[in-house]
Design a protein around this ligand. Structure first.
Ligand SMILES: Nc1ncnc2c1ncn2[C@@H]1O[C@H](COP(=O)(O)OP(=O)(O)OP(=O)(O)O)[C@@H](O)[C@H]1O
Length: 270
């Protein structure tokens, strides 16, 4: 079965996570289409990261079903893992290694044959605009360069699906635009399906084909940005939609904050 050519690389039914007695993800029904860039938004604590962790097999669901790249997250975790790329919220690049060495490590991790590694890494460096910085230690990279390196690391094996938890948090507008361009490029070149979480409405408008609004664990709305806005009124913004759905919890939504504060592990090597 060619699972990588599925119509829906992500399908969930009644997906639920309960920590102790607390329902953190509540019966989520989500179908992400092949080749789409899907944005998941929600206030802090809405359950976005928990949902992503279930999809990436890092957390077992309490109830419900999910297939990712055609594999069941509970029973076929290895299949899921080998067909996805995952960029977590916290820094995953190793600051004590160069950009090239980080990519080589990922190439080994993803079992890319030795004879293909150098070409794959060269292509990834060119795509992310990091070729000139490949011999520098990652701890000297800017926040935007680190993010692009991490995306390159997590897509070296050409995954069907790339899942990113807040890929542009803390980045300045130029660095953010470069990450967006890279995400679009991945979709264009390889047909990669992309699921990302964000707090930034502009990111959803600029980048995402469809958006889901998660509030207190429930997927309250799903559609294109224009569809969601049209439901509220003729001149509504996505912010209006968000406030309409999450109410006072909108205040719990962070905007930008410093990438180095949010992602400390690179400094652990300094
Ligand atoms: N391992 C855990 N044990 C108990 N509670 C947890 C655990 N992980 C997350 N939670 C709780 O689940 C809720 C949802 O957390 P989650 O990180 O999924 O939200 P989020 O939408 O990603 O928020 P943020 O935007 O702040 O990253 C939070 O209240 C959090 O405290």
């Amino acid at each position: 079965m060619q699972r990588s050519q599925l119509e829906y690389p992500i399908r969930t039914t009644g997906l639920t996570k309960i920590f102790d007695d607390r329902v953190v993800v509540d019966q989520v029904e989500l179908n992400v289409r092949s080749g789409e860039i899907f944005g998941l938004i929600g206030p802090n604590g809405a359950g976005k990261s928990t949902l992503i962790k279930m999809l990436t097999t890092l957390l077992p669901p309490t109830r419900g079903e999910a297939t990712v790249a055609g594999y069941d997250v509970r029973r076929e975790a290895r299949g899921v893992r080998s067909h996805i790329g995952y960029v977590p919220q916290l820094l995953s690049a190793d600051g004590a290694l160069t950009g090239y060495e980080n990519l080589l490590l990922s190439a080994r991790l993803y079992l890319i044959p030795r004879r293909e590694r150098a070409a794959r890494i060269k292509e990834a460096l060119a795509m992310t605009g990091l070729a000139d910085a490949s011999d520098r230690l990652a701890q000297h990279y800017s926040g935007g360069m680190l993010r692009r390196l991490e995306i390159a690391q997590s897509t070296l094996h050409r995954p069907t699906l790339l899942i990113m938890d807040e890929p542009t948090v803390g980045l300045d507008p130029m660095a953010r635009d470069a990450v967006w361009d890279h995400i679009r490029d991945l979709r264009k070149r390889f047909g990669t399906t992309i699921l990302l979480t964000t707090h930034v409405m502009g990111e959803v408008e600029a980048l995402c084909d469809r958006v889901g609004i998660l509030h207190r664990g429930r997927l309250e709305k799903l559609g294109t940005a224009n569809e969601l806005k049209a439901e509220i009124g003729p001149n509504a913004t996505l912010d209006d939609v968000f406030v309409h759905i999450v109410g006072e919890d909108a205040g719990k939504t962070e905007g930008y904050y410093d990438v180095r504060q949010a992602r400390r592990s690179v400094t652990a090597h300094e």
